[in-house]
Write a protein that binds this ligand. Structure first.
Ligand SMILES: C[S@@+](CC[C@H](N)C(=O)[O-])C[C@H]1O[C@@H](n2cnc3c(N)ncnc32)[C@H](O)[C@@H]1O
Length: 266
């Protein structure tokens, strides 16, 4: 796709879907857009945007594709084990005596897709600190994904493959398609939110933002990490995806806290 067409396509996407591709790496995004157009069997982007204006299902499909909302429960089990064994106990211990507006730990799943990550976090809390109060904000810019997240499903057997038999019994409906039960749902507030444009809440003990920034430009990532740092309380922790590393984390006030974890300096 040449530069002129990309400029036009970006403008149309911004107008119709309110997604600003300016903050996404251009080469990857162009490749993704080219292969999408080829798959939809429309000849030109003009034809495709005409189709979008009359076909709302296609519009949602395009939104899903652009935002790439692949996810699963307990994605990357080793990292979640570290969260459970090291990070949550640290946060629970350090939040004792700290006054929180909402009472208990404040957690945020940023870029939660269809909710698997937020529900995984709620399971960890139920298992690590069953009587501890907490609140969990889960946000994404993808409305369709959030709708599924709020409904607690439906999830496929592949979505839940990393959960053990006990966890499935305890938290999910007995047979596929799986739904998550009310005891996890009641802790979570799902909201539409654009990490690149919207205001952040603050006072978080833990922010989980995994596999979201892969297509963001270096500048967009810098802004985001600075905003995450401001949104954490001192001693709060940022949990990133398996391959995501913050270079020069000290400039945001972060210390390494094990692979994939950064702690805001006290
Ligand atoms: C690959 S999924 C990752 C889901 C989950 N965090 C995980 O690791 O399994 C990426 C999610 O980031 C969301 N996303 C992309 N850009 C975003 C933005 N600017 N603001 C909020 N969410 C965004 C997408 O809608 C998608 O649901």
């Amino acid at each position: 796709m040449d530069a002129d067409i990309y400029t036009q396509v970006k403008a149309s996407i911004k107008r119709r879907l309110q997604i600003d591709l300016e903050n996404y790496k251009a080469e990857q995004m162009k490749r993704r857009l080219d292969s999408w157009l080829a798959r939809t069997h429309t000849a030109t982007w003009n034809d495709y945007f005409n189709l979008l204006s009359i076909d709302s299902t296609e519009l949602e499909r395009f939104r899903d594709y652009l935002t790439i909302n692949v996810t699963e429960f307990l994605r990357d089990p080793n990292r979640w084990a570290t969260l459970k064994e090291n990070v949550l106990p640290y946060l629970l211990q350090h939040s004792n005596g700290v006054h929180h507006r909402t009472g208990g730990l404040r957690l945020w799943s940023a870029g939660c897709s269809v909710g698997a990550e937020a529900y995984t976090l709620a399971m960890m809390m139920a298992e690590s600190a069953p009587s501890h109060k907490y609140s969990l904000l889960a946000t994404d810019l993808d409305r369709g994904a959030l709708l599924k997240a709020k409904s607690g499903g439906p999830y496929t057997p592949e979505d839940v493959r990393n959960l053990d038999a006990k966890q499935r019994r305890k938290y999910l409906t007995p047979a596929p398609p799986y739904f998550v039960g009310e005891e996890l749902q009641k802790h979570i507030r799902f909201e539409e939110h654009d990490l690149l444009a919207d205001r952040f809440e603050d006072g978080f003990d833990l922010i989980v933002c995994r596999n979201v920034v892969i297509y963001f430009t270096a500048e967009a990532k810098e802004t985001l990490y600075a905003k995450f740092s401001a949104a954490l309380r001192p001693g709060g922790v940022l949990f990133l995806g398996g391959t995501e590393i913050i270079s020069g984390s000290a400039k945001y006030g972060f210390q390494n806290f094990g692979v994939s974890f950064y702690r805001k300096v006290q």
